[in-house]
Design a binder for this molecule. Structure first.
Ligand code: IPM
Ligand code: MN
Length: 352
């Protein structure tokens, strides 16, 4: 097939891990005879450094024209002091909104060979395979009013959800559960927040259309605890934007490293695929960043944006095989291999 993929390397370790994912995408193209056109554009601090806004118009235009977008990371300490519209992170929020990417899928599972890489006892972690379905274009991240008062004495953000916003993300989660183990845990703070009470009511209504899927409601504090105590009890976790941001980092930590986690952001426009880890400026440019999150994001791109399931599975199997040999960067392995070495081994493990 022919497909155009836009690469947005961004900041920190973004360029290194996107280069790794690009190498794997090119290898998939060659081995499965696909014609992938890969182009790059600037985003985040990488755009600000060139005197451009964090999400330049040309970048957004290129994203809209592409079949899928693969992003590295945004975030650069140099721009941390600016107002919120001039921060690299503003680019992420803007591109998610502009492309209507309301459904963020963050799978977290324990890879064979990495049972002891994380902070949990291997028998607690055994069997962990969860999917966080995070609402991505609503809630506190976008709600109005927002801002800091002129005198700097107080500040406000607003958590707001409409029924429609909750319905569409809930349907996404129930559909995803049908392709997995038919269980959805909807996470909220309904004992305190009105928004959560609406969330719970709407999710319960949507669940009536999925009698084959078992729905449980859980408060976010209890969920955070249960992810640490009994992670294998979860299948799909459905939650709003901020809770999903926090819980997906926790899910990454318990399976060994945030550097392993991929994500897909889906909705109206072309899908955006990015590792869950951030720009990690402290290790940028050292060839030590874990490329697995970005390469697994490329696999999600193949699956969700291009419906190339065989190719996506082949990439995931190549990752699984590589990790099972003990190969890995220093966040997950005593071998402390370089980014490029891990990538080369995954590439060599790719079978048509
Ligand atoms: C993520 C990141 C972003 C978020 C930041 C960088 C805006 O933490 O994708 O999880 O909070 O959504
Ligand atoms: Mn986050």
């Amino acid at each position: 097939m022919k497909a155009s993929i836009l690469l947005l390397p961004g900041d920190g370790i973004g360029p290194e891990v996107v280069a790794a994912a690009e190498q794997i995408l090119r290898a998939v193209g060659a081995r499965f005879a696909h014609d992938f056109t890969l182009q790059s554009a600037h985003i985040g601090g990488a755009a600000l450094r060139r005197g451009l806004p964090p999400l330049p118009d040309e970048t957004l235009k290129a994203a809209r024209a592409a079949d899928a977008v693969l992003l590295g990371a945004v975030g650069d300490p140099e721009f941390d002091k600016g107002d919120s519209s001039r921060r690299p992170e503003a680019a992420l929020l803007a591109i998610r909104k502009a492309l209507g990417l309301y459904a963020n899928l963050r799978p977290a599972r324990v890879w064979t060979g990495l049972e002891a890489a994380g902070p949990l006892k291997p028998d607690v972690l055994a069997g962990t395979d969860m999917l966080v379905v995070r609402e991505l274009t609503g809630g506190l991240y976008y709600g109005e009013p927002r801002g800091i008062d002129a005198d700097g004495g107080s500040a406000v953000n607003t958590m707001r959800y409409s029924r429609g916003e909750v319905e569409r993300i809930a349907r996404h989660a129930f559909e995803a559960a049908r392709a997995r183990r038919n269980r959805v845990t909807s996470v909220d703070k309904a004992n305190v927040l009105e928004v959560s009470r609406l969330w719970r009511a709407v999710v319960t209504e949507v669940a009536h259309g999925y009698p084959d899927v078992e729905l449980t409601h859980m408060l976010v504090d209890a969920c955070a605890m249960k992810i640490a105590l009994a992670p294998s009890s979860f299948d799909v976790i459905l939650t709003e934007n901020l809770f999903g941001d926090i819980l997906s980092d926790e899910a990454g930590a318990i399976v060994g490293s945030l550097g392993l986690l991929p994500s897909a952001s889906l909705g109206e426009g072309p899908g955006l695929f990015e590792p869950v880890h951030g720009s990690a400026p402290d290790i940028a440019g050292k060839n030590i960043a874990n490329p697995v999150g970005a390469i697994a994001s490329a696999a999600m791109l193949l699956r969700h944006a291009l419906t190339l399931e065989t190719e996506a599975s082949a990439v995931e199997q190549a990752i699984a095989w590589t990790l099972s040999t003990g190969m890995g960067t220093r966040d997950i392995s005593q071998r402390a291999a370089h980014t490029t070495e891990v990538t080369a081994m995954i590439e060599s493990a790719l079978q048509p």
